[in-house]
Design a protein around this ligand. Sequence first.
Ligand SMILES: CC(C)(COP(=O)(O)OP(=O)(O)OC[C@H]1O[C@@H](n2cnc3c(N)ncnc32)[C@H](O)[C@@H]1OP(=O)(O)O)[C@@H](O)C(=O)NCCC(=O)NCCS
Length: 176
Amino acid sequence: MGAELITFRQAVPADASAVADIHDAAWRSTYQGVIPHLYLERMIARRGPLWWQRQIQRGSRITLLVFDGIPQGYAAWGEARGSWPWPAGEIFELYVAPIFQGIGLGRRLFAAAKLELKEAGYDRLVVWALKDNEHACAFYDALGGVELTTVPERFGGVSLPRVAFAWGVNVKSSNT
Ligand SMILES: CC(C)(COP(=O)(O)OP(=O)(O)OC[C@H]1O[C@@H](n2cnc3c(N)ncnc32)[C@H](O)[C@@H]1OP(=O)(O)O)[C@@H](O)C(=O)NCCC(=O)NCCS
């Protein structure tokens, strides 16, 4: 692959449909059989192009992975949610279109978002993944993430464990 084929840039409102398409395809292929069907369908339906357009217009930070001029992945990031004993950034979502998965693009998208967070002043980074999403957990583990904690999250009537991975954190002194 020529380097010029793959670029990273911030999403603009005109990218909303492309982001919605990536989200739809990646969520279906990742969470079918993990998150209850109806709940998953509702979550996907809520996140259509208009929803993404509003998010981008409101200033949500979304880094796009662009392959040959077409967005094929996105990372949404910002200040970490929840309470941590230190300031941290968070990658809220990291999704690569299914046919582009497994060829090193997720690693590059993660690095691009991590760099953006560093430039925004965050040396520590947190990412949450469902424990049943074994592919994502193996991915974050391979990228050097340290497991901090596991907490339950409700999806419809089902409770699923989700794991927090962290970078730039001294686990022994983090007390989490
Ligand atoms: C998770 C995801 C972002 C990873 O991106 P990707 O492009 O598929 O992963 P890469 O090809 O960049 O892999 C990077 C490294 O992760 C590891 N890895 C990736 N998939 C793995 C798997 N299934 N098992 C074990 N290790 C894996 C490998 O060590 C790989 O390193 P290598 O290239 O040296 O072999 C992508 O697959 C995706 O979007 N999945 C669906 C959505 C999702 O689960 N997002 C995360 C939600 S929290």
